[in-house]
Design a protein. Sequence first.
Length: 389
Amino acid sequence: MQEDTLFSNITDVPTDPIFGINDRFLKDTRINKINLTVGIFIEEDGKSALRLPSVRLAEEKINQIGDNKNYLPIDGDLEYVELTKKLIFGEGDISNIYGAQTIGGTSALRIIADFVKNEVAEHISIPDPTWENHENVFRRVGITIDKYPYPEGMYDHLSKLPAGTVVLLHAMCHNPTGHDLTKDEWEKLEILFRKHKLIPFFDTAYQGFGTGIQEDALPIRYFVERGHECFVAHSFSKSFSLYGERIGALFIVMKSPELVDRMRRNIRSLIRTTYSNPPRHGAHIVKLVLQTANLRNMWELEVDHARNRMQSLRKIFSQKLREKMPNRTFAYLDEGHGFFCLLGLTNGQIDRLRDEFAIYTAGRSRVNLTALNNKNIDYVVESISKVIV
């Protein structure tokens, strides 16, 4: 008989869906296994970039000048925050925007979620589908979660929400569908938000991987120009390939610059009781790249390369799928942006793809397109066609 302990009745929480699949992949002994799950940028040779050249040069410069290891302020490296703010909001007057460095995009989401729950609203509406961790983050702080269908039916659903509802929006490269709103659709959405007094909350994890670094920020800038107060959670993990550095930021747009100091004190109190203050190294890298002309030019070309690879793979993958299965439509792949697409497989087909063909996809058959290359794409397409029939 098992002896009772203090922890006998702890809640049995399900394994994280993405990392759980990855753990299963690592234990798979088949030599032909393919992992299409985790959202990291992968080159044609099947390897993720260890360090971007711009990052490597920035780190070399940091090593030469020395890197202070003292604590940062609670809300981080202020130069980094200001540079990131300009990258997102542009060069205009941004004195009414409070920003803080965070530990990746996830802590930006969590700190804002805490603030929303304490000060703004008891409920939030998130896209269905969306990144699987969104729901977990908001549920942890006790916010009531509503789900709006994305993209079909979203306008009708959002128009019925009560005034003051916070609504999560993917600013670019929607995860997991890859489907982004057009300029006209964003303008229609802004009118809806203004009419129904909804509060936008932008998640920006992929700036530069949609249509361009500046272009991807336009939806946020448009809402701000139209007078909306809003929240932004930002991550550099993808665009700088700094996955392990966990470097991000949060921003809160207010109507009056006079409120910034009060907001700063409030957000600092949340950060102080969560992780106290953020780490230095990732912020130092990003700051140095963004404020050094040759490094910034290099980084922007690196982002262009990654985006072009994603878009090229979309077209190749879509074409090969259509050739193999001419009776099915895959045109939506061509129109998407960013890392991800959904294949539209059932749970049974996802299981077959994994069990019979050693191909791992995330929930709802989400695929990281950059995990495809010339050596595996034909096998992936052939395997998909076999589980679909």
